[in-house]
Each structure stands twice: as structure tokens, then as C-alpha cells.
Design a protein around this ligand. Structure first.
Ligand code: AMP
Ligand code: GLY
Length: 428
């Protein structure tokens, strides 16, 4: 099977590694990729958000399957164009990707499908925003309605800051969604969907804030681990019954059946499971941790989803180890990442047993050196017998790698390793 992966990041590097390990995948390409991906497969420098360019490349390569990683090409209609050209694609159409591209749309679907989520109000001006903030009270949650790479959300107890974020969104011509605050630990569950059927992957936890102890601004994600030993039994089944299947049925009945990853961003609150957000793709960096444990060949699974044949797919098998992934980010990420620094120690880190290094924002300079080319630069994944062992592997990898201004969190999966994640009474 010939597979083309679309995207430039760490998630795509993880997809490439897993697809390369699938014996049925004979030919693997990526567009545009990054320095790590291009050292493993052929990469193609096209505009991945241009549907015609993606169709032309997939036709040229005679791809049997195109896997779209990021949200932007999905929202731009890349999957629609591939379907029209008769090329199997893993990833939702533009209409179905609205579940991520518009938070207001996602809320409408959740209301129709009776999926548990935070109460929310849409505001289009300062007056409406102020009324909504006062209706819910502190802590305040204000979300930009469009795609914002995980950075359009402000959670704060400062009413003036909440209102200022809403005003920034209005000035940019947008609307905002203001929500009740959800307390409790967060879980990311990736559900592979073929429009009708669905198969969950192992749950993961992401670390959104830039600094240790969940301080500082939100980022795309600074680390992740999987599986989650503290989850109540039956958690995944409950999410499938109350969230994934009702959402799939609603999307189908709207004429926009969902194929791809339904990424359920969940909070386990004192009142039970709530959806924080849907995404229409694999999460980054959770994918780097989740796929490190998947034994089942990935290409066959994604092709079955693309063809609407997930009901015939074999049951998933997982390595028993735990995976912890820690992101290394550029100086000044997330505000204004500094690019160009030369990265040292990559080979040394990769040579450590149980450690893999997945590239995100990297490129190769004129001298042939691997350099920083984006905000999140690498994810270093450790596999170990438990969370402590996996953390030790990941941080040993991190210690081998350096560049000027590199930053990472030191507490990824630490609370879970120490048994400090507590679920309140009544959540299970
Ligand atoms: P989102 O882009 O909707 O995933 O939001 C990014 C992050 O903001 C989430 O991962 C949460 O940590 C936080 N967040 C979003 N919505 C809420 C909410 N209603 N209550 C508490 N935290 C939230
Ligand atoms: N890690 C969060 C996301 O991919 O949106």
C-alpha cells in the first residue's frame, strides 16, 4: 500500500514512524514534512492547504491512502478534493471538520446529540460578552470561535483580562464562545471513525500550559502520556456511548458523516464527563505518546476507516509499556519563537534504549545542520514499565539534546506517577 501523509509536525512524524512499521505499507511519502521526516521518507514541498496541489501529488504518487494530519488542510477542503478524485483519504471533509473549525457549530451538534459539555453562550460584541461572563461567574473561559492552534482560549479569574480577550477577537472580526468553567482532570481520547463505526485509541493526557505546575499561557501542548492509570474503569466505554456515537449519528444525519479522528477533549468534573472541545484530527503531542504503544499496523486501520470498513477491522493490540512524551520548544515560545538555533545531541538521544525523538519545527540549514524552525521543535518519547520509568527515559533523551534557548517542562506525567491525580466523589 502506498501512503501519503500531509503535514509538517511531530504528529506527522509519529504517523510516519508507525506507518513505516506496517508491513503492508510499501511506499511512504510526506508533504511538506520536516528535517526528521525527510531523513526517513521522501518529502514534497507543496502547499498542503491547496486541495488541487495535494490531489496532483497523490495522483502522481499513485497513493492508495492519504492521511491528513493538521486541521488547516481539512478546513480548506483537502479531503473533499481527494474524494472527488477517487483517492481514499483519512480525515474529514470540510463540512465534517466544522466540528473543530467552529466551536459554535460543535456546541450546536453537542446540544442536538445530547452530548455532555460546558454550558456556553456565543457573544458577538462587548455587551453580550460582559453579560455572559457575569452569568457564569469566575473562573472565566473565553474562546475565539475560529481555528487558533490551541491558543485562542483564555481561562482566568480576572474579569478585565477575560473581556480584553473577547474584544481582541471582535476586533479581528470574530465571535467568541463564553463557557462555564469545568473543574477536574483532562483526558484526550482519539476515536477513529469511518462515518458510522468507531474505534477508540488509548486515552492520553496533554499538558497545555508552557510552564511547570500548569502556569503561563496555553500552547499547542508541551507533553503527554498514555495510558492513564487513574481513569475509572468503563471510562472509554462511557465516552463512546455518550459522546462519540451520538456525535457520529448527528453528523451523519446532517449529511456530513465524520471520517477521521474524532478527538474528544474531555474533563472529568465533579458532575461527570464533559466535552471541553472536539478536534477533527490526531492531537499533538498526544499522538507521539499514543502511537508509541500501538502494536496493530496503523496503515490497515486508517485505510479501513477511509473505506467505511471499520466494522471489519481487527481488535487493537497495545504494548504493555507506558509512554511519556516531552516537548522541547524554541526560546520565547509561544509568544514569538526564536528560529535558527543549531540543535545538538539528536543522534545521542535516539541511540538511548526506549527513547525516540520526533521532530516538529525543524529544518536543515545551508551547512547541513538541523536547526530550530518553529515553536514546538521536538517531542522526546520514553517507553518504560511504568510512568516513573517512562519519564526517566524521556528526560534522559532531553538531557542529551541542546540548543540556545531551548525550553521544556520538567513535570510531564509527574503528578500521575506520584498518584496525585484525584477524582472527586461521584465522578465514577
Ligand atoms: P480548547 O481549545 O477548547 O481545548 O481549550 C484549551 C484549554 O483551555 C483546554 O485544554 C482546557 O485546559 C482549557 N479550557 C477550555 N475550556 C474550558 C472550560 N470550560 N473549563 C475549564 N478549562 C477549559
Ligand atoms: N494537544 C492538543 C491538540 O492537539 O490540540
Amino acid at each position: 500500500m502506498k501512503v501519503l501523509v500531509i503535514g509538517p509536525g511531530g504528529r506527522e512524524h509519529a504517523l510516519i514512524r508507525s506507518l513505516a512499521a506496517d508491513p503492508y505499507v510499501t511506499d511512504l511519502h510526506c508533504a511538506p514534512g520536516n528535517a526528521g521526516i525527510s531523513s526517513e521518507v521522501t518529502t514534497h514541498d507543496i502547499d498542503a492547504q491547496d486541495p488541487a496541489a495535494v490531489v496532483a501529488l497523490a495522483t502522481d504518487l499513485e497513493s492508495d491512502l492519504v492521511v491528513v494530519g493538521p486541521e488547516a488542510p481539512l478546513a480548506a477542503g483537502v479531503a473533499d478534493a481527494l474524494l472527488i478524485a477517487g483517492i481514499p483519504v483519512f480525515g474529514p471533509t470540510q463540512g465534517a471538520a466544522q466540528l473543530e473549525a467552529s466551536k459554535a457549530f460543535a456546541k450546536k451538534v453537542m446540544a442536538e446529540a445530547e452530548v455532555p459539555t460546558a454550558m456556553a453562550k456565543v457573544a458577538t460584541n462587548t455587551r453580550e460578552a460582559a453579560d455572559a461572563l457575569d452569568a457564569f461567574g469566575a473562573p472565566y473561559v473565553v474562546k475565539d470561535d475560529g481555528l487558533a492552534a490551541g491558543k485562542g482560549v483564555v481561562v482566568t479569574s480576572d474579569r478585565a483580562e477575560a473581556l480584553a480577550h473577547a474584544e481582541t477577537c471582535f476586533e479581528a472580526g470574530g465571535t467568541v464562545v463564553i463557557e462555564e468553567f469545568l473543574d477536574g482532570p483532562e483526558v484526550s481520547l482519539f476515536v477513529i471513525c469511518d462515518g458510522t463505526h468507531a474505534v477508540p485509541l488509548a486515552p492520553a493526557q496533554d499538558f497545555k500550559r508552557i510552564f511547570d505546575n500548569d502556569e503561563g499561557p496555553n500552547t499547542g501542548g508541551m507533553g503527554a502520556y498514555s495510558p492513564l492509570p487513574w481513569l475509572p474503569t468503563g471510562f472509554v466505554d462511557e465516552v463512546m456511548e455518550r459522546v462519540a456515537y451520538p456525535t457520529l449519528r448527528d453528523m451523519d444525519s446532517r449529511g456530513t458523516p465524520f471520517t477521521g479522528v474524532l478527538y474528544c477533549g474531555l474533563a472529568i468534573t465533579t458532575r461527570g464527563i464533559r466535552v471541553i472541545e472536539f478536534n477533527a484530527r490526531f492531537g499533538d503531542p498526544e499522538t507521539q505518546a499514543v502511537l508509541a504503544r500501538l502494536k496493530t499496523p496503523l496503515g490497515g486501520l486508517l485505510l479501513a476507516a477511509a473505506k467505511g470498513e471499520l466494522d471489519e477491522a481487527e481488535q487493537l493490540h497495545w504494548h504493555p509499556e507506558t509512554a511519556v512524551g516531552v516537548v522541547m520548544a524554541a526560546e520565547n515560545y509561544p509568544e514569538n519563537p526564536v528560529k535558527g538555533a543549531v540543535i545538538h545531541g539528536l543522534e545521542q538521544a535516539e541511540s538511548l534504549e526506549g527513547v525516540s525523538v520526533l521532530h516538529a519545527g525543524t529544518s536543515v540549514n545551508a551547512a547541513g545542520e538541523t536547526v530550530v524552525a518553529g515553536g514546538r521543535v521536538l517531542a522526546v518519547v520514553g517507553l518504560g514499565a511504568d510512568l516513573h520509568a517512562a519519564r526517566a527515559k524521556a528526560y534522559a533523551g532531553i538531557a542529551a539534546i541542546s540548543w540556545d534557548g531551548a525550553q521544556h517542562r520538567t513535570d510531564i506525567a509527574l503528578k500521575a506517577a506520584n498518584g496525585q491525580i484525584k477524582l472527586s466523589e461521584g465522578t465514577h
